[in-house]
Design a protein around this ligand. Structure first.
Ligand SMILES: [Zn+2]
Length: 437
């Protein structure tokens, strides 16, 4: 297994090293479940899936842990506004999120820990940080002292957010209970309250993986301060690197602009469906942009992806269903592309080269496409030829007879009738080819 990945911490491409005798661990910062995920969020999770599937394709066993942030300022405010308990409110959005992942053919993570189920570990970590002097209590909570962690900033090259002062950059590990938190509170030796967002990930990593994760992932906006803070907390307790490799996926622009509620360009998979696109059209489009480039989503680009995916599906269904062997030279090329920092745009281009390659037999093309699709996740194996109802079959037979008799007026009338019923016909050397519109 040789996968080269850009490592944010090393600021360079580096091979991912396979751990001996255990699965490779990936920790993915998961969603905060207070609203539908937008397509920019979902891009990150498709990238995680491509990473996981690539490692598995290369023969590496993987354990991917993705957390669910079900307690923070936004979830508490959302539950209050909806008049629901925090659990009822967050579970609903968690379900929507998992349904989105399934629609995008994202493989289910090995574990999906919820923050609220790991609070005892968060409390234990904070006690250790208080004991070793890295944390201190304040009026409204317990804070991490950045001045006492000298390597703070090593991941991002930053130590404070814009406009922040030296004194205010410390971050909350624990927030003491206040009125608007309602029922959401846990008892702790240092005072009743709730965890800060950053300590949640440090605790879930400790509980599910251990002090060191092989690959830690997230979107670029998490590098600072979230991942920097995770490092500060975990490394202050365990004196071991939090992650060997850091992978960050780039942002998504919509029509050249940052997504924002005020611009009305925050789209979800539901918005895509309402405009007649399937989630897999979106997955196909994502494959054509490298994960480290800021992709620009437009409806025209998505329509292009839909057309391309439709052509791919048709071409796949047209291939003989005989059992062939995947072509080794194409497999080698595919392997080289995906193991070179997940170069999926090249891998997708290879599909079209393969389909145009007349030196390959259809059964070999089919077997090779199925092999690639273990990573691409476009659902080729599940495709079924359309079922043509008997009355349409009869019209096809009549049309074939009319064409043979060179009665083109009747043939055209029959074509119109078949198309009105929701099908398209293409006349090929092998006869009429019918597809569902
Ligand atoms: Zn996190």
């Amino acid at each position: 297994m040789v996968l080269k990945l850009y490592n944010t911490l090393a600021r360079d491409l580096a091979p991912v090293t396979a751990p001996p005798e255990r699965p490779l661990s990936i920790y993915a910062c998961g969603p905060t479940v207070y609203d539908y995920a937008h397509i920019g969020n979902l891009r990150t999770f498709v990238t995680n899936d491509l990473l996981r599937r690539t490692l598995e394709y290369l023969g590496q066993e993987v354990e991917l842990v993705m957390n669910i942030t079900d307690v923070d300022d936004k979830t508490i405010a959302g539950a209050r506004a909806a008049g629901e308990t925090l659990t009822d409110f967050t579970r609903r959005y968690e379900d929507y999120f998992l349904a989105d992942l399934a629609a995008l053919n994202v493989k289910t993570p090995a574990a999906k820990p919820r923050a609220t189920e790991h609070v005892p570990t968060m409390i234990a970590l904070i006690e250790k940080l208080l004991a070793n002097g890295r944390a201190y209590p304040a009026d409204d909570g317990v804070y991490f002292s950045i001045a006492r962690f000298p390597s703070y900033g090593k991941l991002s090259g930053r130590t404070e957010t814009e406009g922040e002062t030296e004194a205010s950059r410390d971050f909350a590990l624990w927030k003491f209970w206040k009125e608007e938190d309602g029922e959401t509170a846990w008892e702790a030796p240092f005072g009743k309250g709730r965890p800060g967002w950053h300590i949640e990930c440090s605790a879930m990593i400790a509980d599910l993986i251990g002090p060191t994760v092989d690959i830690h992932t997230g979107a670029t906006d998490l590098i600072f301060p979230h991942h920097e803070n995770e490092i500060a907390q975990s490394e202050s307790v365990y004196a071991a690197p939090l992650a060997r490799h850091w992978l960050h996926g780039a942002f998504l622009l919509v029509e050249g602009q940052k997504m924002s509620k005020s611009l009305g360009n925050v789209f979800t998979l539901r918005d895509l469906e309402n405009r007649g696109f399937s989630s897999l059209d979106y997955r196909y489009w994502l494959l054509t942009a490298h994960y480290r480039t800021q992709a620009n989503f437009t409806w025209e680009a998505l329509a292009g992806a839909q057309t391309a995916r439709g052509r791919l599906n048709d071409a796949f269904l047209d291939l003989d269903s005989g059992i062939g062997q995947a072509d080794e030279s194409y497999r080698a090329k595919f392997h080289d592309f995906i193991s070179d920092d997940l170069n999926f745009p090249q891998a997708v281009a290879l599909i079209w080269q393969l389909l145009a390659d007349s030196s390959l037999t259809p059964d070999v093309q089919r077997a090779t496409l199925l092999d690639f699709d273990r990573v691409l996740g476009l659902g080729l194996a599940e495709l079924k030829p359309p079922t043509i109802p008997p009355e349409i079959q009869n019209l096809l037979v009549e049309r074939e007879a009319a064409r043979k008799a060179r009665d083109f007026a009747t043939a055209d009338a029959l074509r119109a009738q078949i198309e009105t019923a929701g099908f398209t016909i293409e006349d090929t050397e092998k006869g009429q080819k019918i597809r569902v519109k």
